[in-house]
Design a protein around this ligand. Structure first.
Ligand code: ADP
Ligand code: MG
Length: 350
């Protein structure tokens, strides 16, 4: 996920807490670092269907289901303000993992929890536990293990889920001509961050709620498995995350600004600040971005409608590589706007 105050573009930066000094210019970016040092061929185990590079790894362990596995870390002062209510931290630490399971269409099943705590503050831990189990019990997940250590506050959760054999969604399946669709709306969590950081004044509680309590699109993901061609969850911002789908699928795309689902408060922010880049680059929305053939679009919309899950077509997949945006009658390249934790002036990996 993105760090606090991590986005580039107009208006960004003043809420930055993640102020580890920028690495030397030759230092690799987050994804280059993973690619260079950790991406292995996964040749040892025949059960490994998919290793590093997608929202979840996939293992084939039996005849009916594939096992989807993901892990995410939240670091205090990087991914959440140290003053954040611990129940919100517990909820979100699990929610961001469920969002990765949703992105592959898996049903959540199990979690492990690794907690690094500066001190055994029982009130903080009780709140964290309540937030965590609120969500875990909603999805009938078992907490099956973890680790507890002393140190600067950070939480790592690994989540596992099941998806019907061969039906998992991947980033690599997008095809030219596919519609690009988005659940929910864009930029609300980014606006919540700006409100909490004192950069924007709002009476609307929704943006901060979206930042603190994202709703993983688990049911939507399960419907999309087998119908959509590709999917990803939005943790680092639409431009960066759709960029991963385009790279993995060797295609390009053009988005239409007029089709982007923006809440009235996000529209008010954009009008007041001129910061139209924010909804495209701000992280933490945890919506699903997926691509689907034009022939299947209506069916997908009907299924998501049955779930009361908003869905909007926002652009089209094209053969020509790169990400473009049509706005005010002009089409511009957007590829350079993505988020990367290790780029100059960015914080740390997340
Ligand atoms: P997401 O935003 O969906 O959580 P990330 O951008 O964090 O995904 O990670 C991209 C891919 O790289 C994922 O497949 C993830 O499992 C993998 N990955 C990240 N860090 C490491 C690491 N240190 N070692 C191995 N794999 C990693
Ligand atoms: Mg993801």
């Amino acid at each position: 996920m993105s760090s606090l105050g991590d986005e580039s573009g107009p208006g960004a930066g003043s809420t930055r807490l993640a102020s580890l000094s920028a690495p030397a210019t030759a230092a690799p970016g987050e994804f280059e670092l993973i690619r260079r040092y950790f991406t292995a061929p996964c040749a040892f185990r025949p059960e490994t269907l998919l290793g590093i590079g997608d929202d979840c790894a996939l293992l084939r362990l039996g005849p009916d289901h594939d096992l989807a596995i993901t892990a995410d870390t939240l670091v205090s002062g990087v991914h959440f303000f140290p003053s954040t209510d611990s129940a919100d931290v517990g909820y979100k630490a699990l929610a961001v993992n469920l969002s990765d399971l949703a992105a592959v269409g898996a049903m959540p099943g199990w979690a492990t929890l690794c907690l690094t705590l500066p001190a055994a503050e029982t009130v903080w831990i009780e709140g964290f536990r309540d937030g965590f189990f609120d969500l875990a019990s909603r999805y009938r997940m078992d907490l099956i293990g973890g680790d507890t250590t002393r140190g600067p506050l950070s939480i790592t959760i690994q989540a596992m889920g099941l998806v019907s054999q061969g039906k998992a969604l991947r980033r690599s399946g997008a095809r030219a001509g596919d519609a690009i669709c988005l659940t929910g709306s864009l930029g609300s969590a980014g606006l919540g961050l700006r409100i909490l950081g004192g950069d924007f004044v709002s009476e609307d509680p929704e943006p901060v709620r979206r930042l603190l309590r994202p709703e993983p699109r688990v049911a939507a993901g399960r419907v999309l498995a087998g119908l959509a061609h590709a999917a990803i969850d939005l943790s680092d911002g639409l431009a960066a995350d759709l960029g991963h789908v385009l790279t993995a699928s060797s295609v390009g795309a053009t988005l239409d600004w007029d089709l982007l689902p923006l809440s009235p408060e996000v529209r008010r922010y954009v009008a007041a600040t001129g910061d139209w880049i924010m909804p495209l680059t701000a992280g933490d929305d945890y919506e699903l971005c997926f691509t689907v053939s034009a022939a299947k679009l209506e069916e997908v919309e009907a299924h998501l409608g049955d779930l009361d899950c908003p869905c909007r077509r926002i652009g089209v997949i094209e053969e020509s590589v790169g990400l473009r945006l049509t706005r005010n009658g002009r089409t511009e390249a957007l590829s350079s706007l993505g988020f990367d934790h290790f780029r100059a002036s960015r914080g740390m990996v997340g």
